[in-house]
Write a protein that binds this ligand. Structure first.
Ligand code: PBG
Length: 336
């Protein structure tokens, strides 16, 4: 008789009771995604009135500077706190040392000034690395086939200053050279930019998931070899802890793990060990992968986006750079 053996067969504690109805589920929910957690990466290109599709990133666009205010307004209207700018540098100005990165009127600087003018309260994040500006697609300078560390850092620190002068609030070095956070911090402080923050791409892995981004920027076909001598081996986790320790010592204000979904374990370790503002980049390949399945009708769009993003909060992130930022912000707005 089922009733007679209720204590043995059915425990007093039934986890399902807290899932019984919507209000209880809301009460016991441990993590929440908020619009404040979203950072929107955008691509800017030369030309007039441009809105170019990116084949491998359905829904993403490259926009010219004259369209950037309208583009970014979508994020501002939704309450997204910050955007990250990525420039599609024309091939004609790319060279071996990424000289264009230091041009005060380069695409990134023009876009930053234009956005700052229109939306002074929006945070602007600038990526520091040479790959959008070099004709070989590497993040640093090359000599005899080697990516030079210290010579690259000398350029990166000037690139960071160039961006700070254009109005970028947060400098995000994504190059993975040793010692770049310290060099950038000293250069910013020495030039009166002591409040400019550094969000270090600290644990940045040599990942296959950057492919669509390199398509978007036009740096993929240029790339000779791979980035394994500076980006991290996907097999390593302890090494990421050493990178975080070093970047914090060098003055990083915020730490980033990249890519996102395949590296949730790294986010969790960083959060538990260092308890510092931690961000993840849900990169182009993750976006492409999800959008591919969504567009085929194999995954439900809204639920997939939100589940992929709450995973970052659960893992311990403060925020997420995601190409889904607008979609997620709209879904959050319409939730109630
Ligand atoms: C530049 C940079 C890359 C990404 C962000 N900054 C590409 C790379 O390192 O090759 C990738 C972002 C994405 O895939 O969405 N160093």
């Amino acid at each position: 008789m089922i009733g007679g053996m209720s204590n043995a067969a059915y425990p007093l504690s039934r986890p399902r009771r807290n899932r019984h109805d919507a209000f209880t589920r809301r009460l016991v929910q441990e993590h929440r995604l908020h619009v404040d957690n979203l950072i929107w990466p955008i691509f800017v290109c030369e030309g007039e009135n441009q809105r170019q599709k990116v084949d491998s990133m359905p829904g993403a666009e490259r926009v010219s500077v004259d369209n950037v205010v309208e583009h970014v307004r979508q994020a501002v209207d939704l309450g997204i706190p910050a955007v990250a700018i990525f420039p599609v540098t024309p091939m004609s100005v790319r060279d071996a040392t990424g000289t264009e990165a230091l041009n005060p009127d380069n695409l990134m600087c023009r876009a930053s000034r234009t956005i700052k003018d229109a939306f002074p309260d929006l945070g602007i994040i600038g990526d520091v690395a040479l790959d959008p500006y070099t004709d070989h697609g590497h993040d640093g300078v090359i000599e005899n086939g080697r990516i030079l560390n210290d010579a690259s850092v000398e350029i990166l620190r000037r690139q960071a200053l160039n961006q700070a002068r254009a109005g970028n609030d947060i400098i995000a070095p994504s190059d993975m050279m040793d010692g770049r956070v310290k060099a950038i911090r000293e250069t910013l402080d020495g030039n009166g930019y002591d409040t400019t923050r550094i969000m270090a791409y600290t644990a940045k892995y040599a990942s296959a998931f950057y492919g669509p981004f390199r398509d978007a920027l036009g740096s993929g076909s240029l790339l000779h070899g791979d980035k394994k001598t500076y980006q991290m081996d996907p097999a390593n986790s302890d090494e990421a802890m050493r990178e975080v320790e070093q970047d914090l010592r060098e003055g990083a204000d915020m730490i980033m793990v990249k890519p996102g979904m395949p590296y949730l374990d790294i986010i969790r370790r960083v959060r538990e060990r260092f308890e510092v503002p931690t961000f993840a980049y849900q990169v182009s390949g993750e976006y492409a992968m999800l959008m591919g399945a969504i567009q085929n009708g194999w995954l439900d769009r809204d639920r997939t986006i939100m589940e992929s993003l709450i995973a970052f909060k659960r893992a311990g992130c403060n925020g997420i750079l995601t190409y889904f930022a607008l979609d997620a912000a709209r879904l959050l707005r319409d939730e109630h």
